[in-house]
Write a protein that binds this ligand. Sequence first.
Ligand code: FE2
Length: 308
Amino acid sequence: MSAVATPLATPAANGQLFANDAADRSLFGSHFDFKPFEFRHLLHRQEIFQLPALMELAARLSAKKDQKSHYESGTPDVNGYFGQRPQDQTMVQALESIRDGKNWVILKRIHEDPLYGQALESLIPELSALSGVDMKDVYYDPTLTVFITSPGRITPYHMDGETNFLAQIHGTKMVYIYDGHDKSILSNTDLENYWTGNLPKINLPAALPEGTWQWQLKPGNGVFNPAIFPHWLQNGPDVSVSVSINFKRKQNSIIGAHRTNHFARKLGLNPSEPGKSPAIDRLKTMTFGNLYETAHATRTKVRQRFGI
Ligand SMILES: [Fe+2]
């Protein structure tokens, strides 16, 4: 049975941004990249993550031609779709009305801004020390994202392909996470469709409206969410600011196996389930899985080059 975790004490201010005592290392060691867990941090005390600094960052990002940030307004259903950017509002205006509005602002890839790039670089060695995994060796594309959310707003049920540390900076929010390894929650067909870009939405399991696990986030704690573990969030009564630190795994033959299986089924075949045989998963990745990745990268470059 899942339960709301007891909020953790603030870590000692020893110059590090993540709590790193024996219990923290034990939790990271047993759960990292496998199962969600709560962690402690001091990111909420950093000037660069306070709302005034984030407003300035949003203005800088808005001035960039190729900025990827997103914002939307409204009251989505937990099992609903994400919205569109409002045509009558800029991202800075969405932030200015965040307290009284129904807005959701995602400042994406903020580490490409030098100030935040330095912050991300300083976090990676700490995460490596805690997890016992050399994050730069095993993962790629470390990314810093900030979510700023109006009071009470829901973030609909969805999943992400990156491994994710979500650290709370301001306000409170509930996070409901689902076991991505449970086939009754996420089927092999869902995964095949997701990894081939054919799954715009997953459906909330009716029997599990509040997740396999729940956490209440507040400034100073956070939750680790493994890649492809579905989740939804409900903001508390104040504006919420959360920082997401995420990574992509360099070697993941299960992704290649799911991609191969997607196309094998289209040919009328009944392929073996990924995760049962690492050798078969690697073989699938080396053949069609890599071919898919190359084709996808080429298609993305062509789209970016020609704006299509
Ligand atoms: Fe997410």
